[in-house]
Design a protein around this ligand. Structure first.
Ligand SMILES: [Zn+2]
Length: 489
C-alpha cells in the first residue's frame, strides 16, 4: 500500500497532505473520506465535461452551490491557483451532471439483506408471490429496520452519484405511518448530501372492500398534510373492478391537487391487449384540473407496460391527448423484465413480449417525456440489481437496442437531468452553464487512488463509453460540496 510505503520511509501522509493543501489548494481524498459533512468546493480543476470533445480539459468554478463559470484548463494553470483553498484536482476525470432516482421504493428495499426477513424466499418468482411476500414482511416493519435498510439504499445511491430521488413510502392500515416516519427521518438525516423527495404511496386498494377500506384513504390524506411530504403515489390497478380503478384515479388526482403535491401513478401494469388502457381516462381527468389548479407540479406514470402493445397510431394519439400536460413516463426495466411476460407451463419458450416501455423511442420518435428508474432493490418484486442508476442506463443499451452517441445522451438524461425535471426539480438546458446547480458526479479521478496513476486507469473519455460500461469509482458533488465517500450518519 502506498500509505504503508510512505510510512516505512518516514513520510507522514497526513502531514504531506496538509502541506499540499496549504500550498496548492488541493483537497486530498484522504482527509474527507470518513467525514460526515460535505466539503465546500470552489473549483474542479482539470475535468472533461460531457458536452465537450474528448481532448478538451476545463476548470469549473462554483459559487454558492451553483456553477459560476468554466475556463479552459490551460488558462487557469498559467494564471496559477486562485487564493482560495477549496479546489479539487481532478486529473482530467470525466464529470457529468449528478444522477437521480425518479422512482425508488425506500421502505421495502433490501428485505433480502436484512436478517429480520431471513424467512422470505422466492419460490414461484411471480407478481402475486411478490405481493404476498412483501405484505408478510410489511406486517413486521419497525422503525429501526426501516431506517437501517433505507439508509443502505441512500448511502449506496449517493456513492453512485445520486443527488436527487423520489422515495416511495407506503401508508395503509398495516404499516400506518411507520414507513413515512422513517422516510422523513432519513430525508432530514441525509439532507446535506441528497435531495430526498417523499412520495406517500397507496400500494393497497383504496376503494375495494378489504382490510384497508375505508381507513386507508383517511391515513393517506392525513399523511399528505404532514410537513416534508412532496408527492402522492397510487396504484389504481390493484382495485377489484374497473369502476373502482376509476374511483382511485379520481381520488388520487383530486387529492394531489387539494394538497398541492406532485402525482405519481403506477399504471397499466399488464400485457393484456383486451384490457383497455387506463391512461386515456387519466389524461382526460388531468386536463380538467391539473394545470389550472396545481401549477408547477408534475405527473409521473410508472410501468405502463400495456402501452408497449400500442400501434404507431395509438402512440400518436397518446402524444396528442397529453398535449401540454406535464406528464412523464418512467420505465422500470429491471422490474418489468423480471415480472412481465413470464412463460406459461405449456409455453415452448419461443418469442415472447417481455414488456417494458421503449423509453428512448418514445422520446426520439414520438416526442414524449420519459425517464428510467431502479424501482426496487433486494425484494421479491426485483431481487436483482443495485442502487446505481447508470447500471439501468447501461442495461438500456441492450434492452432498447440503443447504442448510438445520440442514444447515450438520451439514456443518460433519463437517469440524470430529465429524471430530476420529471420529479419537479427543473434543470437548465446547459448543466455546466452559469447558474446551473453544482450537482455533479466525477468518475475515475485518479488522484483518489494512492496506487494508480492516470495512465494506468482506463478512463472513459466520453459519455458514450460511460454508458457502455459505467465505472465504479465515483465522487459525488452536491450543491457545490464534495460528499464524503463513507457517510457515517
Ligand atoms: Zn414502483
Amino acid at each position: 500500500m502506498a500509505a504503508q510505503f510512505l510510512k516505512h520511509h518516514g513520510i507522514n501522509l497526513q502531514q504531506e497532505m496538509d502541506s499540499i493543501q496549504k500550498e496548492g489548494g488541493i483537497v486530498s481524498p484522504a482527509n474527507d473520506m470518513e467525514s460526515n459533512s460535505a466539503k465546500p468546493l470552489s473549483r474542479l480543476n482539470g475535468v472533461r465535461m460531457s458536452n465537450e470533445p474528448k481532448k478538451t480539459v476545463s476548470d469549473i468554478f462554483f459559487d454558492s452551490g451553483k456553477v459560476k463559470n468554466t475556463k479552459p484548463h490551460r488558462d487557469s494553470e498559467s494564471a496559477g491557483w486562485s487564493d482560495d483553498h477549496e479546489g479539487l484536482s481532478c486529473n482530467q476525470a470525466l464529470v457529468l451532471p449528478s444522477l437521480c432516482h425518479p422512482h425508488i421504493h425506500l421502505d421495502k428495499c433490501f428485505l433480502f439483506s436484512h436478517r429480520k426477513y431471513d424467512d422470505l424466499e422466492v419460490v414461484r418468482g411471480d407478481f402475486p408471490e411478490a405481493l404476498e411476500l412483501t405484505s408478510k414482511a410489511k406486517a413486521s416493519f419497525e422503525h429501526d429496520d426501516l431506517v437501517t435498510r433505507g439508509g443502505w439504499l441512500i448511502r449506496e445511491s449517493i456513492a453512485a452519484g445520486v443527488t436527487h430521488m423520489r422515495a416511495f413510502v407506503e401508508v395503509d392500515t398495516t404499516v400506518k405511518f411507520k414507513c413515512l416516519d422513517a422516510g422523513l427521518v432519513l430525508k432530514q438525516r441525509f439532507a446535506s448530501f441528497c435531495e430526498i423527495q417523499i412520495c406517500v404511496f397507496a400500494q393497497d386498494p383504496v376503494f375495494s372492500a378489504g382490510k384497508n377500506y375505508p381507513r386507508g384513504k383517511q391515513l393517506i390524506e392525513e399523511a399528505l398534510g404532514r410537513e416534508g411530504v412532496d408527492a402522492l403515489g397510487s396504484t389504481p390497478y390493484v382495485e377489484s373492478s374497473e369502476e373502482l380503478m376509476h374511483a382511485n384515479v379520481d381520488w388520487a388526482i383530486s387529492s394531489a391537487v387539494k394538497y398541492q403535491k406532485h402525482l405519481d401513478l403506477h399504471l397499466d401494469y399488464n400485457l393484456d391487449s383486451t384490457n383497455p388502457p387506463l391512461i386515456f381516462p387519466v389524461l382526460d381527468r388531468l386536463h380538467k384540473t391539473w394545470k389550472s389548479r396545481n401549477e408547477g407540479k408534475t405527473v409521473v406514470l410508472g410501468h405502463c407496460t400495456r402501452l408497449t402493445l400500442f400501434s404507431n397510431k395509438e402512440w400518436v394519439e397518446l402524444r396528442d391527448r397529453i398535449a401540454d400536460l406535464p406528464v412523464y413516463f418512467v420505465g422500470l426495466p429491471t422490474s418489468d423484465i423480471y415480472m412481465m411476460g413470464k412463460p406459461s407451463d405449456d409455453d415452448g419458450g419461443g418469442q415472447r413480449v417481455r414488456g417494458t416501455l421503449q423509453i428512448p423511442q418514445m422520446i426520439q420518435k414520438y416526442g414524449l417525456k420519459g425517464v428510467i428508474g431502479v424501482n426496487n432493490v433486494g425484494n421479491a418484486f426485483t431481487p436483482q440489481g443495485n442502487c446505481d442508476p447508470l447500471s439501468i442506463a447501461s442495461m438500456g443499451v441492450g434492452i432498447y437496442q440503443a447504442g448510438t452517441k445520440a442514444d447515450a445522451q438520451v439514456l443518460f438524461n433519463c437517469v440524470s437531468t430529465t429524471a430530476k425535471t420529471a420529479i419537479g426539480f427543473a434543470q437548465p438546458e446547459d448543466p455546466f452553464g452559469e447558474g446551473a446547480p453544482a450537482d455533479f458526479v466525477l468518475f475515475e479521478n485518479a488522484m483518489l487512488s494512492e496506487e494508480r496513476t492516470p495512465g494506468q486507469v482506463r478512463q472513459r473519455r466520453t459519455l458514450q463509453e460511460m454508458i457502455y460500461d459505467p465505472p465504479k469509482q465515483r465522487r459525488t458533488i452536491f450543491q457545490g460540496r464534495l460528499v464524503p465517500t463513507n457517510i457515517v450518519g
